[in-house]
Write a protein that binds this ligand. Structure first.
Ligand code: COA
Length: 161
């Protein structure tokens, strides 16, 4: 049983994330999508909301679990018996930062490899910040996030302002 972890803030999950989840779930036996804490970010959605969005997005994928963890990714991976971290690469500009993270994570847990999956070309520009910016300014996030989340994200974003 080969377990992989796809970590992120997922604030909120986008079509780009969903694309990576589908690809990773097809390659690994078990995929844990983990809502983690990025110390450089203040999230707009609570951990519970972000997990709920992810659950609704991945309903049809039997080998995908949604979890959250507020510590080191390398430790969490060890506890889960994971052999890989999944990261999506959108552009060359993502590479330097991701390379640094991958090496740090391997130093912390030598049994852990980072597997990079290329995002589909149509989602290269996409990020959670883009989605939030559109929603906060009253635009439609249709075509940016999974269809079933569009209404909720727009509603909850407006409520929060
Ligand atoms: N499609 C669309 N958007 C994507 C994407 C894809 N395929 N891949 C990445 N993104 C977006 C993300 O939504 C995020 O957008 P945002 O900046 O607007 O929020 C951005 O690209 C950056 O993604 P990422 O670098 O994965 O950051 P993150 O905040 O989502 O996740 C953690 C970072 C949580 C994985 C990292 O901080 C972590 O591991 N934390 C745990 C603590 C730890 O172990 N730290 C030491 C690590 S060495």
């Amino acid at each position: 049983m080969r377990t992989a972890i796809y970590p992120g803030s997922f604030d909120p999950v986008t079509l780009g994330h969903q694309d990576i989840i589908r690809r990773a779930a097809a390659v690994f036996d078990r995929l844990i999508v983990a809502v983690m804490h990025n110390q450089n970010k203040t999230p707009m959605f609570s951990v519970e909301e972000r997990m709920e969005f992810l659950r609704r997005t991945t309903g049809g994928l039997d080998n995908v679990e949604i979890a959250s963890f507020d510590g080191l990714l390398a430790d969490y991976a060890r506890r889960q018996g994971a052999c890989a971290i999944i990261k999506g690469l959108r552009a060359v500009s993502d590479f330097e930062y991701e390379f640094q993270m991958a090496l740090a994570n391997r130093k912390l847990n030598p049994e852990l490899d980072t597997v990079f999956l290329m995002t589909s070309a149509e989602y290269m520009y996409l990020s959670s910040s883009v989605v939030k910016d559109i929603a906060v300014h009253g635009g439609s996030v249709a075509g940016f996030v999974p269809e079933e989340l569009v209404e909720d994200i727009m509603l909850r974003t407006r409520k929060g302002d």
